[in-house]
Design a protein around this ligand. Structure first.
Ligand SMILES: *Cc1c(COP(=O)(O)O)cnc(C)c1O
Length: 397
């Protein structure tokens, strides 16, 4: 009997029933414009500010006064927040002669492609290498900082291999050198405790659809005092920095989702990592496999293996036919024949990187899902290898 197992939660997650329930009134009767002064409008604004407070609480931001909605800006998602933070900081600092940015080779494309755009505008970008386990160190960051460094942008947790970076240490280095620090925390929220004050994070991006809210909503946290240029000029929404009538339903849903995700981080992590570890233990003894990423500094729901002599696309299609949704490297990479920049970044050769499989869990997965994956995966791998000229070459060598 085939099960249906959704194990691609790093790509997106299902909307939780509680999020949907919280959103519904704002999709139906609660259609007021949050800028309007009558009751229907005021109610929408109150709901939005409640959601903002939930985000603040989840990020360790001291609760703001009800009348100032600073620091947490709602955006259309993680990509927009990354773009705004990085381009905004670059353009803010350039007039001060600071046109150097530090990042890593294995960021999300929302960061890497933004940096590439800035390079075309004349900014200089240092791409720090990561270790074979997928980690950077605060020392690497410190050594790369120059007098003209405007910004350091390093992801909190990697979306492909799940490695968790030493964000507090990097934040401390940036603070000491007076350099702005942004982190893409899209994958980290709800999985690791975040405190932007203690960790010296100046700017942080997060996304709703990775934590059981809907697609198309996210947040940029920007520390008070950093005057990022406006992203969208227009009305006075989001303090005039990102104009446009707010999507109250999505914002309310994000608030509920982030509150739920961060309510019991250790408990959630324990449940997810039990599934992760059972899967890792089950796959590890297989022939010519390699766990990508660090075994310890790893997101609780992330498993990523390379299978030599296997082609990732074929693996995904075979698993799909068996009811398993997984991914090979990054969904953003599919459609191109280049293997994932993350797997190349940790030193895998092209052939090995091509045979990679990412399985990522959420609150909706169970141990039965893990058992089902372990039941079918070895057979799938053997069948694919039996048909693979590459495998023949590897094993004859
Ligand atoms: C999914 C993801 C993004 C993009 O977020 P969207 O809301 O889809 O724009 C950015 N960074 C990381 C690490 C992600 O996993």
């Amino acid at each position: 009997m085939n099960r249906f197992v959704y194990a691609d939660n790093a790509a997106t997650t299902q909307i939780s029933p509680e999020v949907l329930e919280a959103m519904m009134p704002w999709l139906t009767d609660g259609y007021g414009n949050a800028s309007s002064i009558y009751k229907k409008g005021r109610e929408a604004r109150i709901a939005m500010e409640e959601a903002r407070h939930k985000v603040e609480k989840a990020l360790g931001i001291p609760q703001s006064r009800p009348d100032y909605p600073v620091e947490v800006y709602f955006t259309s998602g993680g990509s927009e927040a990354d773009n705004w933070a990085i381009k905004g900081a670059a353009h803010l600092m350039a007039p001060k002669g600071k046109k150097h940015i530090i990042t890593t080779v294995f960021e999300h494309h929302a960061v890497l492609h933004t940096c590439a755009t800035l390079e075309k505008e004349g900014f200089e970008v240092t791409y720090l290498p990561v270790s074979d386990k997928g980690l950077v160190t605060a020392e690497q960051v410190e050594q790369a900082i120059r007098p003209d460094t405007a910004l350091v942008t390093i992801m909190y947790a990697n979306n492909e291999i799940g490695t968790i970076q030493p964000i507090a240490e990097i934040g401390a280095v940036c603070k000491r050198h007076g350099v702005l620090f942004h982190t893409d925390a899209v994958q980290a929220v709800g999985n690791v405790p975040i405190n932007v004050v203690e960790q010296n994070i100046d700017m942080l991006s997060l996304s709703g659809h990775k934590i059981h809210a809907q697609k198309g909503i996210g947040v940029l946290y920007c520390r008070k005092g950093i005057r990022l240029p406006n992203l969208i000029d227009g009305g006075a929404q989001e303090r005039g920095r990102r104009a446009g009538t707010e999507n109250i339903a999505a914002i309310v849903g994000l608030g509920v989702a982030i509150e739920a995700a961060c309510a019991d981080i250790p408990g959630r992590a324990a449940k997810l990592s039990a599934m992760r570890d059972r899967l890792i233990e089950g796959i590890s003894p297989m022939e010519r496999v390699r766990l990508n990423g660090d075994a310890v500094r790893r997101l609780p729901g992330n498993v990523n293996f390379s299978f030599e002599g296997v082609e990732g696309e074929a693996l995904l299609l075979t698993l799909d036919a068996l009811g398993i949704c997984a991914s090979s490297g990054s969904a953003c990479t599919s459609g191109s024949l280049d293997p994932s920049h993350v797997l190349l970044g940790i030193g895998l050769v092209h052939e090995v990187a091509h045979g990679s499989l990412r399985l990522t869990f959420s609150d909706y997965n169970t141990m039965e899902d893990v058992d089902y994956i372990l039941e079918v995966l070895p057979g799938v791998i053997s069948r694919l290898r039996a048909m693979s000229p590459l495998w023949e070459r590897i094993t004859k060598a």
